[in-house]
Unconditional design. Structure first.
Length: 418
């Protein structure tokens, strides 16, 4: 019994010791007071501190932030750094791998693409910077630019850098309807060195024209600023343009066509420089009255009556002239002032015979500079004004071409959204 009792006691002690050993192995605390754990924590903190102390002070920022959709095609992709300098920036189109050219600022603190980005494109940027101690910092980002479906563009006239006549409005046609006209118009600015007040007028949800009360002053410079990037024209549709263009207003030339006398008087800078015999619209197809602006010029062009509603019983055009010389457009609906080689010389100045255009004596081939049509073409600018009076027809509608001058200043301003 004594032996048995002793053995049982020994076994119990063994189990107890085994339990103690097991606890020691799991806790890793040989001393039972957390020393090893504290040592491990201390060592980890030292490693973290060392890593932190070795980290570059340079802080890279990429705009827009990673994962952005509908990013601007004008401002997206800009990389900046604080407390350091950029040493490498790579921007690529994700789908093709094509690298986007960019420019690093002279002080090394910023980088941006050289040109406008493509719409509906995913881009990847990888940037590397160094701080004053040469330690590197890295930053990556991807973003996707706005899609054509979610953006709008304004196509404007006149072209940048051109010289135009005094009647040339700034005309902008948007590729999508604009519902928030106030927001869009507020983001567009038209200024003239003449100091003239310039006001916008909406002809439709897609067309906005700007002009002063009277014709532009000759010799002035007009600047159009489009700050439409990010402007919401309608729900989910934003602008992508951020640009400035300018044009110069040339000498003042206003030509007046008198349908009754069949003469056109050309007045430049207040002085009559030429009187030209013309042939306007026949009584059954008269020419519009009103102030019209030359919007296009063609040395030769085709004119087919079917395109403007003049057809015969078979549906064919009443006329189809493939080489009309020295043609200049006055309306969207097909009114031109142009050379005429098919009419007898005796017509000009005596009979109105056209389908609504204003004809000047000319030759086939548009190669005789002595002809009246050739002279007027050479001496006309896009934006010059041609005023028609004395016709039995109505006045041309202001939105038929660039002809907003056929609207009072009060009515023009009433069409502004700002």
């Amino acid at each position: 019994m004594t032996v048995g009792k002793h053995r049982r006691g020994t076994a119990a002690v063994a189990v107890l010791v085994s339990g103690v050993l097991a606890l020691t192995a799991c806790g890793g605390d040989e001393d039972g007071d957390g020393t090893e754990k504290k040592k491990a924590q201390s060592q980890s903190e030292k490693v973290d501190r060392a890593a932190a102390e070795d980290t570059s002070a340079a802080r890279i920022s990429i705009k827009p932030k990673h994962g952005t959709d509908n990013a601007s095609i004008n401002s997206a992709g800009k990389v900046t750094v604080r407390e350091g300098k950029l040493v490498e920036v790579t921007m690529t189109a994700a789908s093709t791998g094509a690298e986007v050219p960019g420019t690093l600022a002279g002080d090394g603190t910023s980088w941006k693409p050289d040109a406008q980005l493509e719409r509906a494109t995913k881009y990847e940027i990888k940037a590397v910077a160094e701080d004053s101690e040469g330690r590197e910092a890295h930053e990556d980002a991807t973003f996707t630019t706005v899609s054509p479906e979610n953006s709008f563009i304004g196509y404007f006239k006149p072209d940048d850098g051109t010289t135009v006549g005094v009647g040339m409005p700034v005309s902008i046609n948007f590729d999508k309807p604009v519902s928030d006209k106030q927001a869009v118009q507020s983001a567009i600015d038209v200024d003239s060195t003449s100091g003239q007040e310039v006001v916008g007028h909406w002809f439709s949800d897609t067309r906005l024209d700007f002009r002063p009360e009277d014709y532009w002053q000759a010799g002035s410079k007009v600047t159009l600023d489009l700050d439409l990037d990010g402007v919401e024209a309608s729900d989910g549709v934003t602008g992508v343009q951020d640009k400035s263009v300018s044009f110069t207003v040339g000498r003042s030339q206003v030509s007046t066509v008198d349908v009754k006398t069949k003469q056109m008087t050309v007045v430049r800078d207040g002085k009559t420089i030429k009187t030209i015999p013309i042939s306007a619209g026949a009584p059954e197809t008269p020419t519009y009255n009103g102030e019209m602006v030359i919007s296009e010029k063609f040395k030769e062009t085709r004119m087919n009556g079917a395109t403007v509603g003049f057809t015969d019983d078979d549906g064919e055009g009443e006329y189809d002239i493939k080489d009309v010389p020295h043609a200049m457009r006055l309306s969207t609906s097909g009114t031109f002032i142009h050379g005429n080689y098919w009419g007898a010389d005796s017509v000009f100045g005596s009979v109105n015979t056209s389908h609504g255009c204003i004809g000047l004596n000319d030759v086939k081939g548009a190669d005789d500079p002595k002809q009246q049509g050739a002279w007027f073409y050479k001496n006309s600018l896009i934006g010059d004004v041609v005023v028609v009076k004395g016709s039995p027809d109505k006045e041309i509608q202001p939105d038929n071409g660039l002809n907003g001058w056929n609207m009072s200043w009060a009515d023009w301003k009433a069409g502004s959204a700002v």
